[in-house]
Design a binder for this molecule. Structure first.
Ligand code: FAD
Length: 593
């Protein structure tokens, strides 16, 4: 399947106008990143995604991976592609220049992540996890550990993993039992980790596992978890990989999708202990690991965008080609793209995908402004907004991806259910995105519990006030925007009502946060998506008046209008769900289900 064309024009429009790129470019660290640089990066990434990664996506799905003699084997084509990926310098595009990275803003590099995921999400997970490991080590490891590991991870010579989950500790990491015993300058790590993505493979010379484990005297619960770096091969005195470090891939899971990504059960220390080194402070490992987890959460949102877009592209091509039925005012049988119901599905896919893209890129822009800002007040503001946006980017965008990739199957009719067309793979591959990196239910609870309630609703209120800023320009933009304007105003009112409701009712109803969180997450994500599409439509209207590219710009306007008519009204349902409280949800006794 070599049919992926990265939507570079749409990505560039989103970066420039919806992720506020001028504000990112104004930061001293990014003064060298101009429009030409972005164009060149996106252009080269699009070529790589389309010509190297997309053609092996189906092959990876069909061949999968296996464990032979305590080692994971992956398709040879994946190892070749990884080599090319590293030679082209893609692993380090957003990493710290001190360790050989190119220091690109996340606002730009996330578009590349979207392309890798669209082209071949199973492959993309490998460099994505390395990036998360690099970031966590860069923020929390000692200088010595950084000097030892980071340049090799940044170049892609070594790859990283994230080892949290254990059989009894999934969403609830407080239950994890892996151990780390101090031995002089290092620790001996032992325990069993499950579901470790790219936990073993031959594509990189060494694999650097970031592992959560407990010290002997650690308190119970999450306050007793520490973070360790555990290499697959111990290092020789000259820093090259040496002796095997007692981390064995016991098996790989047989999964619904992402077949070419090895999801490993890893046994640490079964033969005496795997040598590891502490990252950050003892018992504060979870906070350090959150650097990696938050990075990955945005990356998972971008995976959803990529898969939704790929499914949309394939569906449009099919709908133009497949002849079936008749349409009013046309002679003979027509291509199915003429049928209003098929157009409904395609526009829903396209507008949900673009809303998700704008949410993810905007989150990246908030992160860039927080991490590279120069005054404390602005750093605090953008960090709070990035913290609010992260669970929304992860959960709302991956829910949208479920809907879009499912619609992709539907547009194809029976052929969508047949594996050879490829569209079923996008649906299967997208399904995991709402489960890993913290399920979407857990993201929603984090959103309400930590991002709404903890500051008394201040961060959400500030964002609502910014979003109300589209009302006046929509009013001035003419009658064509009247429905969108009304739908936005109503959805924002519903968001305010629900926020106020949760802030007051939560004190009386201990079940409320968990019962209402998912609807609240869907509500706020749908509103932010509408705000972003409305902003895009306003920019497009201005550019149309100035004689810009009609087909592209009109599509921005139509997507926003369609979303205002068909998606924003969903907010009324979500708001009713939030304000219904927890009573009926909790009414049945567990044994009555
Ligand atoms: C393909 C794949 C790749 C993965 N990659 C990695 C990896 O690289 N590293 C890693 O460490 N882990 C990885 N994971 C693990 C993944 O992050 C977990 O599966 C996920 O966090 C959910 O944990 P669980 O499977 O134990 O489900 P559970 O925690 O058992 O959850 C089951 C259900 O109960 C809900 N639930 C649980 N607790 C609560 C609560 N307190 N409140 C409300 N609802 C709750 C959940 O939302 C979910 O719907 C991967 C998993 C898969 C399938």
């Amino acid at each position: 399947m070599t049919d992926y064309q990265a939507p570079v024009r749409q990505m560039r429009f989103t970066i420039d106008h919806l992720a506020d790129f001028p504000a990112v470019a104004a930061l001293p660290d990014f003064s060298a990143v101009d429009g030409d640089t972005i164009e060149a990066v996106l252009g080269e990434a699009a070529k790589f995604a389309g010509s190297v990664l997309a053609p092996i996506n189906w092959l990876g799905d069909q061949q999968g991976v296996k464990v032979v003699d305590d080692a994971v084997q992956v398709p040879r084509e994946f190892a070749d592609a990884y080599k090319q990926f590293c030679e082209a310098g893609w692993p380090g595009i957003a990493s710290n220049p001190e360790f050989g990275g190119q220091g690109m803003p996340k606002t730009v590099s996330l578009a590349c992540d979207e392309m890798w995921a669209a082209a071949n999400v199973a492959f993309a997970l490998c460099p994505e996890l390395s990036q998360g490991a690099i970031l966590a080590m860069d923020r929390h490891a000692t200088d010595e550990l950084k000097q030892t590991y980071l340049d090799k991870l940044v170049s892609g010579q070594w790859a990283g993993t994230m080892c949290l989950t254990e059989p009894q500790a999934g969403s609830d990491l407080a239950a994890l039992t892996s151990k780390a015993e101090p031995r002089g300058d290092h620790y001996l790590v032992s325990g069993s980790k499950i579901y470790i993505t790219w936990g073993d493979h031959p594509m990189a010379e060494n694999i650097i596992h970031l592992v959560l484990a407990r010290l002997p005297d650690a308190p119970p619960g999450i306050k007793g978890i520490s973070l360790f770096v555990v290499p697959k091969y111990r290092l020789n005195a000259d820093g090259t990989p040496g002796e095997f470090n007692d981390v064995i891939p016991v098996s790989v899971e047989h999964k619904m999708g992402i077949h070419a990504s090895p999801t490993c059960v890893l046994a640490f220390g079964g033969k005496g202990g795997a040598v590891g080194y502490l990252v950050g402070k003892p018992n504060e490992g979870l906070a350090a690991m959150f650097t990696m987890m938050n990075y990955m959460r945005l990356g998972v949102g971008a995976q959803g965008v990529g898969l939704a877009d790929r499914s949309y592209q394939k569906s449009v091509a099919y709908a133009r080609d497949r002849v079936q039925g008749r349409a009013p005012g046309e002679k003979g049988r027509v291509a199915i793209i003429r049928h209003p119901d098929v157009r409904r599905m395609l526009l829903l896919m396209r507008s949900l995908t673009q809303a998700s893209r704008a949410i993810c890129y905007y989150t990246a822009s908030c992160l860039d402004r927080a991490a590279h800002g120069t005054d404390a007040e602005s750093v605090g503001h953008w960090q709070a907004r990035a913290d609010l946006m992260t669970p929304i980017a992860k959960a709302w965008c991956t829910e949208a991806a479920q809907e879009a990739t499912e619609l992709g199957v539907q547009v194809h009719g029976g052929m969508g259910y047949v594996e050879e067309t490829g569209v079923a793979q996008f649906y299967r591959d997208a399904r995991i995105a709402s489960i890993y990196e913290g399920t979407n239910g857990i993201q929603a609870i984090d959103l309400v519990g930590r991002k709404l309630l903890r500051d008394g609703g201040a961060t959400v209120a500030a964002f609502v006030s910014d979003m109300r800023g589209v009302d006046a320009p929509l009013a001035n933009a003419g009658e064509g925007f009247a429905t969108l304007r009304r739908a936005m105003a109503r959805a924002l009112d519903e968001l305010v009502q629900c926020s106020t409701y949760l802030l007051t009712a939560e004190k009386k109803d201990p079940e409320l946060v968990s019962a209402a969180a998912f609807d609240y997450m869907m509500l706020i994500g749908t509103v932010i998506g509408g705000w972003q599409l409305a902003r895009g439509a306003l920019v497009a209207t201005e550019q149309l008046a100035a004689g810009g590219d009609k087909a592209f710009l009109q599509a921005q306007v139509v997507m926003a209008q369609f979303y205002g008519e068909h998606v924003l009204p969903r907010c009324t349902g979500y708001a009713a769900g939030v304000q219904a409280g927890s009573a009926s949800t909790m009414a049945l006794a567990a044994e009555n289900f």
